[in-house]
Design a protein around this ligand. Sequence first.
Ligand code: ADP
Ligand code: MG
Ligand code: MG
Ligand code: MG
Ligand code: MG
Length: 608
Amino acid sequence: MGLLSFGTPLAWEEAKIYSDHVRVNGINHFSSIYHKLKNKQKDCLLWGDEVEYMVVTFDDENKNAKLSLRVFEILSELQKEEEAALQNSELNGTSWKPEFGRYMLEGTPGLPYGGTLKDILQVEPNMKFRRQLAAKYMKPNEVPITIASFPRLGCQGQFLEPHYEPRGEASRSLFVPDEIINPHARFPGSKVAINMPIFHDIKTPKPFIDPTIPRDRNLFPEDKEAAEGAALPDHIYMDAMVFGMGCCCLQITFQSCNIEEARRLYDQLANMGPIMLALTAAAPIYRGYLADVDCRWNVIAGSVDDRTKEERDLETLKPEYNDLDLVYDKEICKKLMDDGIDELLARHVAHLFIRDPLVIFKELNIQSTNWQTMRFKPPPPNSNIGWRVEFRSMEIQITDFENAAFAVFIVLLTRVILSYGLNFYIPISKVDENMLIAHKRDAVLNDKFWFRKNLFENEINNGINRESLNADGSSEEHHTNTQQPNGDTPTSIEDEYEQMSINEIINGDGDKFPGLIILIFRYLESVNIDIESRCMLGKYLEFVSRKAGGKLQTTAKWIREFVRSHPKYQQDSVVTQEINYDLMKMIDKVQKGEAGAPELLGGFGIDS
Ligand code: ADP
Ligand code: MG
Ligand code: MG
Ligand code: MG
Ligand code: MG
């Protein structure tokens, strides 16, 4: 879908005129897709990853690393490669799309991966191939970098190649020019106010009032907003969508057998969104300052809503866990239900249309947290594609090994969820709370997340004996919950979940809770797999396990430590042009295997 998925928010007056039209058409459209395709069955599991890159250009003379706006030249070459690979039916093909930022590339496998464990092992070589290919069409001083947020984006001075002054009519930003945005993704006149807390280092002023905001600029009427309160003290203020939409992430899309399986995966994986966000945290710097958060998600949430008509998010589809008091349009809901769509799905769709496109920015906060960490992708009309779900919360990692490891972990987790019928349900409000917790600095080390205690308690057949696992990974038949089989002493929902560390969630608590990694290993033992593949998958899982256990740093921690231990750093939260240059050089070397980063990688990914 590429850029189509940005949608085009309209100006208020225009939106008012079109909103009913959009609504009626949209609802009929959803209804017709649903009915045409609800019985669509696919027997093969397909999946694919998306990696987003920034094109960084080095100016060695001035010790500056900038974002290159040459992406369209590079893309046209890459898309020629894509065509050629398709024509020759090459297995290791690649596919390329533009992204919101005019310095970004999105690369995916040429064709989705298949359902076997062998297929899973294609992901890292394909990611490496993608990066090589991208680099091939760059200048000698340009590199494809996978970093979640570019540290100096929006800083005074030179951070773009070529340089433009921030005076654009479209974004009216005090910090970034319109030229930074892909010209095909036009967001007219939509100024935003994003404030991320600053990291108070020893010499950071308190309160911190950002001296680099041009508060007295008088070019556009909106310019005064910053001085009039939009820019909060002790925060890093950002006023354009590109601060969020210009971040890079790692997404995974799965095709399910049918709509029921897709809905189940959607609901189960939604609970993993915040956990994986914390584990992949990689965005501790914005607009030249160290932030007191580790992740990009709230920056995106504060900057844009990128839902499309065809690709609707669904609420959790299990009623008693759906505890948000959502506003929804009864009329629309009734129409959808009259059309034969079940109540939860109807409510969800109705809820989306009520805020679409009229109040798309105003009500963003309600929609902005866990919901969009998952996306439900109905089959495109007249295509061979089935029902898909997309896992979207992960931040991009520096190396292909790391990105492959997290992708593989999620893919294997879906297999485990489906084959063991795991149940991760907790109330949506708790998932929201987990999203906030995930942003905290070093959340993996210090914080606890709401998680379900008994994953084997089937949401439909409460009380039925199921095969389960002990913490040591051994398996035996036993009762996994205390409820009566006929359910006459139902436990309350509050008893079903508790707060756990990420280490406990992933590696188990050594007691009752087995940990997701052990479940995955157990699953791998139960399927036919050759030793070599088992060994490679084991490396990825071991890596994720060590991240969760705090034995390896998150990317955010590693970047923060790099800055704080840089000889030129003044303990004042400022990431200067030179520190950023050295950081980008280091990231490029780590990614190429030319520099070790033992705190980040251990010995992983060196020769894989
Ligand atoms: P979007 O940007 O809308 O999320 P993309 O077109 O970039 O989607 O594709 C996302 C991922 O889905 C890619 O890795 C692609 O290979 C994969 N993919 C494509 N077709 C299918 C399918 N039928 N089932 C599962 N994954 C698919
Ligand atoms: Mg894409
Ligand atoms: Mg996309
Ligand atoms: Mg993308
Ligand atoms: Mg995507």
